[in-house]
Design a protein around this ligand. Structure first.
Ligand SMILES: NC(=O)c1ccc[n+]([C@@H]2O[C@H](COP(=O)([O-])OP(=O)(O)OC[C@H]3O[C@@H](n4cnc5c(N)ncnc54)[C@H](OP(=O)(O)O)[C@@H]3O)[C@@H](O)[C@H]2O)c1
Length: 314
């Protein structure tokens, strides 16, 4: 098995590598964050060409340093960062701050991290609305065409995307959402594909939950292909023509996460239907909360406002 070099053509005309390295390491200042620079350098030197970060992860400086220290030309790396919800009314300021921290000439893809706006001190606010924020991002792209190559969003549903598309003159290149076998997002992916918007899977390993990665059938598939359960799950996501951004700070796992077998159609079907087992269809990413009642609040919005399905508890 060789390293996955699959790329997707975005509606902006640029190519995006199918596999990226996630950089959400949890608490800023933790050991994982201080070790991250070395793991990013390692990943780039071993063939990763896509790094996913965000202003709110607090690691943009480390990401920028790692890119420069890796020896891999910037032109070969696809760098993604995200506008934090506290800065929807301050898009240009936030972008320039990210550029300064990353200390790079351009960003390949700038995402609205969430549709929700927060005030600068982190309180939910109704304005700007997601379409208004998108128009500010379009204005940014007009003003800095060489510094921001593509624009996209994250955590958008069909409902919030419909609102955005009513005003957009630039169609988002990607939508980054939670996807794993317990939340395959088949309908959302189909909708985004119809609009020409590529889906990126965050928490593609479900933040490593045993319900997926120690499932006996998934482990049987790992045996069949002589790989790990994580590789089976990522291979399935990439086989669906989705981008994956697994996070690992472990060198061996970083290599596993970019090396996949080609799955047989019946194994892809099994993973496509994995969520249908009783109690399995749900969100796992910690920030997305969740209880069987579906009355969750995520960054000030209900699931209904987000356009997210509530938990399905069979
Ligand atoms: N847009 C958004 O709102 C949003 C939200 C969440 C995440 N993200 C992005 O998506 C990235 C990935 O998501 P995530 O970090 O939530 O979850 P994830 O990638 O699904 O899972 C990460 C966890 O799995 C472990 N792991 C990774 N590879 C493994 C392997 N091969 N075998 C066993 N364990 C493995 C990691 O531990 P080790 O490090 O010890 O290997 C870590 O505990 C983030 O880092 C971030 O860049 C975006």
């Amino acid at each position: 098995m060789s390293i996955c070099t699959k790329k997707f053509l975005l509606n902006s005309g640029f190519y995006m590598p199918a596999v990226g390295l996630g950089t959400w390491q949890g608490h800023v200042g933790s050991k994982a964050v201080t070790e991250m620079r070395d793991t990013i350098i390692y990943a780039l030197q071993k063939g990763y060409r896509h790094i996913d970060t965000a202003a709110v992860y607090g690691v943009e400086e480390i990401v920028g340093e790692a890119i420069r220290m890796s020896g891999v030309p910037r032109s070969e790396i696809f760098l993604v960062t995200k506008l934090h919800s506290t800065h929807h009314a301050h898009v240009e300021e936030a972008f320039l701050e990210s550029m300064k921290k990353l200390n790079c000439e351009y960003i390949d893809l700038y995402l609205m991290h969430w549709p929700q706006s927060l005030t600068l001190d982190g309180k939910p606010t109704k304005t700007p609305t997601p379409p208004e924020t998108w128009l500010s991002m379009e204005a940014l792209k007009l003003k800095y065409p060489d510094q921001v190559r593509s624009l996209g969003v994250s955590n958008f549903s069909e409902k919030t995307m419909e609102e955005l598309l009513k005003v957009a003159t630039i169609v988002p290149a990607t939508n980054q959402v939670e996807v794993h076998p317990m939340l395959p997002q088949h309908d959302l992916v189909k909708y985004m594909n119809e609009k020409g918007i590529l889906t990126t899977c965050y928490s593609p390993l479900g933040q490593y939950v045993p319900a997926i990665l120690q499932n006996p059938h998934v482990l049987d598939l790992a045996d069949k292909y002589n790989v790990t359960a994580a590789q089976i799950v990522l291979a399935w996501e990439v086989s669906r023509d989705l981008v994956v951004i697994p996070k690992s700070t472990n060198l061996e796992r970083i290599m596993q996460n970019i090396t996949y077998p080609e799955l047989a159609p019946e194994d892809i079907t099994f993973l496509n239907d994995f969520y249908k087992a009783p109690g399995m269809h749900r969100r796992l990413c910690q920030i997305n909360g969740g209880t069987p009642t579906g009355h969750d609040i995520v960054i000030g919005w209900t699931y209904e406002e987000l356009g997210w399905e509530p938990y399905t508890v069979e």
